[in-house]
Design a protein around this ligand. Structure first.
Ligand SMILES: [Cu+2]
Length: 230
């Protein structure tokens, strides 16, 4: 009896009652064809990829017929009162070889986005949100760091660089910690979800792909598989 009580206490006080949603973003049909990027507007950018053919990174089609760079998050069902505060650690966002790393970012409303320029060339970071406040900052030298925040949840905030027209990234801001970005195997995992019924959305910034939703019931200590198919 005591053991049961202690377990119940630990589970409730430490917030351990939680499940996991994981899955794959499959891509059916013909592999999307990405155009090569022409980086000759800036000799530095071109030299950074010397001897390599750099293709557009708009759609990340993986060798196993899946998609990377898809933002997957809980769209409905999160109980606001049970959501932990946004982490104080920033989310890193870098400019390397005139490309954004990563291309698709997920972060919490109010969390710091730490923007670095790792290139010895001028970039400007121009955020074009619809509901949040935008910004446009110049980052002229290697090692420049700037910090920004987005106050409101908003998906697919476009980031662009006017110096290098091919540079585009997408920032996804949510008001809870239950999100992930699919990787180079097309996998994503959302952990620590309290038991409950949820709608999960896969969001692709390319409007031709767009978003897909699925419902899932999360149980304590269980792993639910939710695959999406484009
Ligand atoms: Cu740039």
């Amino acid at each position: 009896m005591l053991k049961v009580l202690v377990t119940v206490f630990l589970v409730s006080s430490l917030g351990m009652a939680a499940g996991t949603v994981t899955g794959k973003i499959e891509f059916k049909g013909t592999a999307p064809k990405m155009d090569p990027l022409k980086m000759n507007a800036d000799p530095f950018c071109q030299k950074a990829h010397e001897g390599q053919k750099v293709l557009s990174d708009d759609i990340q089609y993986n060798a196993n017929k899946t998609l990377g760079q898809v933002f997957v998050y809980v769209k409905e069902g999160v109980k606001k009162e049970a959501v932990p505060a946004a982490p104080t650690e920033p989310v890193n966002f870098d400019q390397v070889g005139c490309l954004y790393k990563p291309k698709v970012v997920g972060l919490r409303a109010g969390q710091t986005l730490r923007i670095t320029n790792s290139d010895p060339t001028l970039h400007n970071v121009h955020a074009v949100p619809k509901t949040n406040s935008g910004f446009n900052i110049g980052m002229p030298t290697k090692g420049n760091i700037k910090e920004q925040k987005f106050a409101q949840p908003e998906l697919g905030i476009r980031i662009k660089c006017e110096v290098h027209s091919w540079m585009t990234a997408y920032i996804n801001v949510v008001d809870h910690p239950y999100f992930a970005v699919s990787d180079d195997q097309g996998n994503y995992t959302i952990s620590n979800l309290p038991p409950g019924d949820y709608t999960i959305e896969a969001f692709h910034h390319n409007s031709k792909l767009g978003s897909k939703t699925q419902k899932v019931s999360v149980k304590d200590n269980k792993i639910e598989t939710v695959n999406f198919s484009y």
